[in-house]
Design a protein around this ligand. Structure first.
Ligand SMILES: NC(=O)c1ccc[n+]([C@@H]2O[C@H](COP(=O)([O-])OP(=O)(O)OC[C@H]3O[C@@H](n4cnc5c(N)ncnc54)[C@H](OP(=O)(O)O)[C@@H]3O)[C@@H](O)[C@H]2O)c1
Length: 392
């Protein structure tokens, strides 16, 4: 029996709230708070049990502290935007509440994944006896736990890791992103980066690609090398790692639109003056693009996200792929959201459940691979994201 405060009533927040509401034994009281209270009320209206809703500006620490002190949650689940991470962590420290998020902190004016800012909270969380769980989505999140499982059960040393994220879904829109457009476009237009022989190597954005043959009827798709935040913690926490990279599929249509938008300056994150008013082109573009939440009823097809791992066990070389397949339409029927929000929201709820039921405990700041993968993977499969292992 625990009280949870969910911050962020977007695509992911909707899934987390649905999933927590269906597990009253653990999440006995829920408050959903966001910048726009109507969005919280709309989600609350879809549920079969009452929850509280509230308006909060999560960039305003005193406002957060007032809300936390009023509701007194055991845990705050942060599914707002990466810009809010440090403010919400500050509020959790001030009020003595555990913390969980799905994406690492990014400063507004610099598109850069980096755990440094949140890892710097290590001593403060430890001293207060509080736990901060970072990146409890799918990637980061389940992908880190897949690696922890591989390390615990299948390999003495992991040498090569490819995290592969395929969205083979179709929403029928000329151009749309499956999660927050601003965060998505910042991620995709950044330089590629991978880990090799103890060092980071950089590549120009979307300049490295290859074909990967996905299982269960998805088939061959072009995947592009990107930098993704889980590589930073995995490079530290996996024994013997020699190379690690992250890959994602994009349709030719998505890339064509993105190239034009970049060429005309619409993806810039620095402010420009328009009619005497400062605007950030990417934020303006976000206002024009379809809300990812609206793609739920339109999207068909599947996602496949997994980890292809090579290493050694008992002196022998071994290779395997652990992955999940998720169907957009099935997710929509269950919680009213497409699979990208679903595959993020379910692990956020499961991570919270691990913390609130004492299966994952600790004081300090943790990445997902630092905790026991077994109870998490058992629960994430039960909650709708089963996983498959193929050995080569
Ligand atoms: N790990 C993973 O696998 C993974 C995958 C996808 C997404 N994510 C992360 O999940 C998070 C949510 O993504 P999403 O697609 O749900 O985004 P979204 O649909 O844009 O939702 C974000 C929500 O946060 C609210 N918000 C923004 N700024 C706020 C503030 N200052 N105070 C209070 N609320 C604020 C927004 O409010 P308004 O509606 O009023 O703007 C919106 O409701 C993001 O951090 C994203 O990076 C992680």
């Amino acid at each position: 029996m625990a009280k949870v405060l969910i911050i962020g009533a977007g695509g992911v927040g909707q899934v987390v709230t649905h999933k927590c509401a269906r597990d009253p034994e653990v999440f006995s009281e829920i408050c959903l708070a966001s910048r726009t209270k109507q969005k919280c009320d709309a989600i609350a209206g879809q549920l079969s049990r009452p929850i509280e809703t509230a308006q909060v500006d999560a960039d305003n620490v005193p406002e957060l502290v007032t809300l936390i002190n009023r509701f007194r949650p055991d845990l705050v689940i942060n599914v707002a935007l990466p810009y809010q991470d440090l403010h919400i962590m500050d509020a959790c420290l001030e009020t003595g509440v555990h913390y969980l998020d799905t994406a690492n902190y990014e400063p507004l004016d610099e598109a850069r994944f980096c755990y440094r800012w949140q890892w710097e909270y290590q001593d403060r969380f430890r001293e207060k006896g509080l736990m901060a769980l970072l990146g409890s989505g799918f990637d980061p999140g389940v992908t880190n736990v897949y690696c922890a499982r591989a390390q615990k059960h299948h390999f003495d040393e992991i040498h090569e890791l490819d995290i592969i994220d395929c969205n083979a879904g179709d929403h029928g829109q000329p151009f749309a992103t499956n999660f927050n457009p601003e965060i998505n476009i910042r991620e995709v237009t950044a330089k590629g980066r991978f880990w090799e022989k103890g060092q980071w190597q950089e590549t120009p954005p979307l300049s490295v690609s290859r074909i990967y043959d996905f299982p269960e009827g998805i088939g061959p798709k072009k995947i592009y090398l990107l930098y993704h935040e889980e590589l930073e913690s995995l490079a530290q926490n996996l024994k013997g790692l020699k190379r690690a990279s992250f890959w994602m599929t994009f349709s030719d249509n998505y890339l064509k639109h993105l190239e034009v938008l970049q060429n005309v300056g619409m993806t810039r994150i620095d402010p420009i003056l328009y009619n005497g008013v400062e605007i950030v082109p990417l934020q303006f573009l976000k206002a024009l693009l379809p809300d990812p939440g609206s793609l739920g009823p339109l999207t068909t097809g599947k996602t496949c996200i997994g980890c292809r791992i090579k290493g050694v066990k008992d002196g022998k070389e071994k290779e395997y792929f652990i992955y999940n397949i998720c169907d957009h339409r099935t997710c929509y029927e269950e919680v009213g959201s497409q699979a990208v929000s679903y595959t993020t929201g379910v692990p956020a709820m499961v991570g919270a459940k691990m913390m609130l039921t004492g299966k994952w405990t600790g004081a300090g700041v943790f990445n997902m691979e630092q905790l026991d993968p077994d109870p998490f993977l058992a629960e994430v499969a039960k909650q709708g994201l089963p996983w498959t292992e193929t050995f080569y």
